[in-house]
Structures are given as C-alpha cells and as structure tokens.
Design a binder for this molecule. Sequence first.
Ligand code: CUA
Length: 332
Amino acid sequence: MSEQREYLPDIEQGLRFFPEQASRFAGDLDTFYIVLVVICGLLTLLVFVLICYFGYRYRVASHTDRHNPPSSRTSQRIELGVLAVMFVVFMGVFVWASGLYLGQYRGPQSAMTINVVGKQWMWKVQHPTGAREINTLHVPVGEPITLRVTSEDVIHSFYIPDFRLKRDVLPGAYREVWFEATKAGEYRLFCAEYCGSYHSRMRGKIVALAPADYQRWLSRQGEQEAPAVAGARLFESYGCSGCHLGKSNVRAPSLAGIFGRPVPLAGGGTVMADEAYLRDSILQPQKHIVAGFNPIMPSFSGQISEDELLQIIAYIKSLEPEDEALNPADTT
Ligand code: CUA
C-alpha cells in the first residue's frame, strides 16, 4: 500500500467526461476540442445520409434517373462548391488550432521561470529561489509560470491533464512551456512518453497555492541557495573563471553581459547568446567558434550534470555588462 501511496498522489477525482479545467488554457482548448468533434460528427452524419439517399434514389427507387445524369457543368459547380466550403472550414480549424498551440509556447516576460529536469524515473524541480523538490511542483495561482524543461537521459513528456499541458522533454535541449493555474488544489503530473521499465511510476503532483501560501511554503523550505549563487561557485570549481575572468594569460571571451546579445562568429555571422548557446558552448565548445579567439576550450560534456549546467547558466545570465565586454578588438 505504501508503494502505491508513494507514486499515486492522493487526489480525489470523480469520474467525469473532461479533466478539471485548472489553467488559463483549459477552457479554450476544451471549446476547440468540442467544436472539432461536432464538425467531424456533422460531416460523418452528412456522408452517411447522402450514401443512404443516393443508394435509395439511384438504385432502388428509380431506374430512369440513371439515364439522365445532371450536366457536367452542374456537377462541376457542386464539386467546386463542396471544395470551397471544406477549404474554409479546414483553414479555420488550422488557424484556430495554431493560435492555441503557439500561445502555449512562450509565456509573458513577467513569468517566473522554474527549471524541471526529467530523469529515469522522476521529475526534479528547482524554483528561482533555489528551493528544490522531487515529483512535486508547488506553484502560485494566478501567476504565469514558465517551465524550462530538459532531460538527463531519454525522452520524457511533462503532462498535466487538468492544465491541458503536455510537452516533450528532450535530452540535450531546453524547451519552454508556460501555464497559469486558475484554481488552488492538487493536480496530477504524468510522464506521457514511454521511457523505460518504470515509466508508469514517473508521476507526481502539482500543488497550486494562493500566492501568499506559496510564499509561506517557499520560506519553509529552509536554507536555499539561488541558482546564480550556486552557479558562481561551480564557475570557480570547474575552472571556468581561470580563463573567462582574465586572471590567467589564456584569453577567453568575457561573459559579462553576454546573455541575450549576438556573438560574432569566426566563420562570419552571429549567434544569439541564449540558454541553448551557453549550453552548447559548455558541452560542445567547437560548435560555435567566437571570432577573434582560439578554439581551445575543452568540452565539459559528461562532467557537468543538467542541474549544474542550469546553475552556471543562471550565473552567466546574472553577470552585468562591462564597458568593453565581448569586443575582442579592444582587448590587448
Ligand atoms: Cu519518463 Cu515516461
């Protein structure tokens, strides 16, 4: 029994047609789903009725009509008319669905970002304050939350039915998804991608709390080290600071203020210094060679865990720009 309890959150859910609507998207997605079902149902019904009607009219009831088919002009008009109606209906569905789908990708700028790392077979969560939890995610109600998800091993999928939220979680990539919980309560979290022997146990719960309760919960989490602070420590211990803070005679690009800016590349062109770029630069430094620098940085692939990477990236993001930051021409 205890094992069951451990993996199945104790959430009361009666039998219902739809899961609860507990996020800002849920209502819109359900409306879309119902409209889609109605359209498909009506089309199926129409085809069914026409089959019966034509079967009756041209087979059973009349033998004369078969010798008097409508002119090819008339049937062409009917075909074009049907095509036009279908086109409008399907384009409408496409545009509506795309809007809903794309709307779930990037949250508002003000959204709080929570890191989620999937791993066989658990979800590891870290809040911006540094608070950590496993298989449980506490969030404030009524505030947009962006989840930055990645995996430490295989493909998982982060799925909260009550929020109508599902996102594949890929190793080697950061992906974002956002939501806003609208009701306090506990909601189930699943892994929706087969990921090995204990895939079925890779589940947890979302605890949506009133903002004040969320703050209270955070403050009860004991000693918390902000990711950027932990990242600064790792930046030292992995030896990044030796080259990147200019204490040695190895000249490496300054990282101050680099985040969110274009980086000039040796082969011409630029690359935006976002999370994915910083991650690549640590794990596969030869992927983007910065103009004006020798490509001598070693790869840290296999040495740094996903959690540590996120912390180092948080630290790099926190660095304020220097006057001559990232301008190799100025450094001598
Ligand atoms: Cu992770 Cu299935």
